[in-house]
Design a protein around this ligand. Structure first.
Ligand SMILES: O=C(CO)[C@H](O)[C@H](O)COP(=O)(O)O
Length: 218
C-alpha cells in the first residue's frame, strides 16, 4: 500500500515560500497541508486564505486544507472557490453547528471532504460523518502549534478507527508529532498518510529530497 506524505506548510520558511514549495515538489512530496487558523478555535494564527491561494498557484500537487476555524460554514466558499479537483478540505465537526451541511458543500464543490479529530474528540461523536467523508485526519497533538509532544492515547483511537474503516469507505491520516517510528508502526496497520512537520521534515538543514528518500525506505 502506498503511503502518502504531506508537508505541513505552517512549518516552512515563509521568507522564501516559493523555493520551499518548489523544493518539496521536486523532492516528491505527495501534497501540501495548509493549516488555516482563526486565533479562536485554536490559540494561534498560522496560514491565511492568501497563503493557500499562493501555494495553489505554485504547484499542481494536491492541497490538504485544514480549517482550524470556528463555524467554517460561514467562510467555506472563500476556500472552495480557490481550490481544484483533487484538493481536500478538512473541518473540525465540533467547530460547526451543522457539520454535515458544511461537508455537503465541500462534496458539491467537487472537492474531497474530510474531518479532523482532536485528541479529546471521541470516535462516537463523529460516527455519522464517517459515512460521508473520504478522509479522517487524526490529530495526535492538540491543534494549533507545531513541535508538540505526541499524545500516546491517540494510538488506541487510531487502531479503533482502522477497525471501523473495514466496514466503511474512508482513509485515516496522521497529523502531529509524526516521527519515523510512527510511520513504520502505523503505515503497515493501515494509516494511509502522514503530515510531516518539524518532527521529521522541516528545519533539519538537510535537503528535503534526502529526508523523503529516507522516509520512503521505512
Ligand atoms: O497540525 C499541526 C499543528 O496543529 C501541524 O501540522 C503539525 O503539528 C506539524 O508537525 P510537527 O508536530 O511534527 O511539528
Amino acid at each position: 500500500m502506498y503511503t502518502e506524505l504531506t508537508a505541513s506548510m505552517m512549518c516552512a520558511n515563509f521568507g522564501n515560500l516559493e523555493k520551499e514549495v518548489r523544493e518539496l515538489d521536486a523532492a516528491g512530496i505527495d501534497s501540501f497541508h495548509i493549516d488555516i487558523m482563526d486565533g479562536r478555535y485554536v490559540p494561534n494564527f498560522a496560514m491565511s486564505l492568501n497563503d493557500m491561494r499562493y501555494i495553489r498557484s505554485a504547484t499542481d500537487k494536491p492541497l490538504d486544507v485544514h480549517l482550524m476555524i470556528e463555524h467554517p460554514n460561514t467562510h467555506i466558499n472563500l476556500f472552495l472557490n480557490s481550490l481544484k479537483e483533487g484538493d481536500t478540505v478538512y473541518i473540525h465537526p465540533e467547530a460547526e453547528y451543522h457539520p454535515s451541511t458544511t461537508l455537503q458543500k465541500i462534496i458539491n464543490a467537487g472537492l474531497i471532504p474530510g474531518i479532523a479529530i482532536n485528541p479529546g474528540t471521541s470516535i462516537e461523536t463523529v460516527m455519522e460523518m464517517l459515512q460521508i467523508v473520504d478522509k479522517v485526519l487524526v490529530m495526535s497533538v492538540n491543534p494549533g502549534n507545531a513541535g508538540q509532544m505526541y499524545l500516546p492515547y491517540v494510538g488506541k483511537k487510531i487502531e479503533r478507527l482502522l477497525k471501523i474503516r473495514e466496514e466503511m469507505n474512508f482513509e485515516v491520516y496522521w497529523d502531529g508529532a509524526c516521527g519515523a517510528d510512527k510511520i513504520s508502526t502505523f503505515a503497515p496497520m493501515g494509516v494511509k498518510g502522514f503530515v510531516l512537520g518539524t518532527t521529521l521534515l522541516f528545519g533539519k538543514g538537510r535537503p528535503y529530497a534526502d529526508i523523503l528518500k529516507e522516509i520512503r525506505r521505512l
